[in-house]
Design a protein around this ligand. Structure first.
Ligand code: HMG
Ligand code: MG
Length: 299
């Protein structure tokens, strides 16, 4: 067992967090969120998705959000790009890091991006090629790594094979999505171990939704195996429009609090992070979905 000394937090609230919100959030509020995260020391922020506005209306303003990002020289902004059209949008908006996304479940992939797993790789091939030419880094997501809203249990070997394929085609990092948060620690460990047989452990990210309250336990189980990249969402906001009932990602406040307690560095100021979580929660008209934010935010 060897915990990492430092963990990279990839903040996904502006994209994953907001994509499921019914009320349209103003660009100014999205930028306040992004800037608050940046000022709290978050260095990797997924800010938008260049996806169909018919499918995800909340992200229709992706270009506008990206045009107004502050270039501070240290923050890496990224955006989802499911196909060439998405990549072209991201390039026009000046984005230097993108993410392609597929799944370990055929049914989920059909609902989410309207194609099979094999077809998704066909769509990604030109995206990878063009991104390479332009020096744009590409991240890869695998959804449903610990369960699918349509198929139930998912074979971890399939997760490992899809992850390997993304890595082999040039993704610099593969993010393992427990989209509906049904995973439990030993299953998370088995799945992560299998993936680590094909993708270097430092290139694997944990993207765990907290629907069943298992995300921190699952993260801890994978930290024991050397995982060092964690996707999270401030105030625990989020969900996927194509995974009914799925709630947000594990809250960044809970993750940073746990890592601080374990002596693992993130470079993030928890107090500022809590304030940012409260601000976006106010915009959304509800309390932060984060125990650490509740406990420390009231002090
Ligand atoms: P499609 O309908 O199969 O695409 O959608 P198409 O190529 O047949 O085109 C149909 C129309 O969409 C055309 O417009 C295209 O121009 C347009 P029309 O001629 O009808 O006016 N179009 C686009 N518009 C904007 N941006 C694009 C784009 N591509 C085509 N990139 C598509 C395929 C992938 C676009 C669609 O299914 C889609 O946008 N899906 C949304 C998927 C999504 O954003 N899901 C949520 C994010 S994934 C997630 O949350 C999981 C993750 O967090 C990990 C985890 O937790 O598991 C990452
Ligand atoms: Mg997600």
């Amino acid at each position: 067992m060897s915990y990492p000394k430092r963990v990279k937090i990839v903040e996904v609230s502006p994209r994953d967090g907001l994509q499921n919100e019914k009320q349209v959030i103003d660009v100014a509020d999205k930028l306040n969120l992004i800037n608050g995260l940046r000022e709290a020391g978050v260095r990797d922020i997924e800010v938008a998705g260049f996806v169909s506005p018919k499918w995800v209306p909340q992200l229709a303003d992706a270009s506008e959000v990206c045009a107004r990002l502050v270039d501070d020289g240290v923050t890496q902004y990224s955006a989802l790009t499911p196909n060439m059209k998405g990549l072209e949008g991201a390039i026009d908006a000046g984005i230097k890091q993108v993410a392609v996304f597929t799944a370990a479940s055929e049914s989920f992939n059909q609902k989410n991006i309207n194609c099979s797993i094999a077809e998704s790789f066909e769509r990604f091939a030109p995206v990878m090629q063009k991104a390479k030419e332009l020096g744009i880094k590409v991240r890869g997501y695998v959804s449903c790594v610990l369960g699918c809203p349509y198929e139930g249990a998912i074979d971890p070997q399939v997760v490992a094979q899809v992850s390997k394929k993304l890595y082999d085609m040039g993704c610099f990092e593969v993010s393992l999505g427990d989209t509906i948060g049904t995973g439990t620690p030993l299953k998370a460990k088995t799945m992560f171990e299998l993936c680590a047989e094909h993708v270097p452990v430092e290139k694997l990210a944990l993207h765990f939704h907290d629907t069943y309250g298992q995300a921190l336990a699952n993260i801890h189980a994978c930290l024991e195996l050397g995982a060092s990249v964690i996707d999270s969402s401030v105030a625990g906001i989020g969900g996927c429009p194509y995974a009914k009932g799925a709630t947000g990602n594990v809250s960044t406040e809970n993750v940073v609090y746990m890592l601080n307690g374990m002596g693992i560095e993130t470079g993030i100021d928890l107090t500022q992070l809590i304030q940012t979580g409260q601000q976006i929660s106010e915009v959304l008209g509800r309390k932060p979905n984060s125990q650490v934010n509740h406990a420390l935010g009231q002090k």
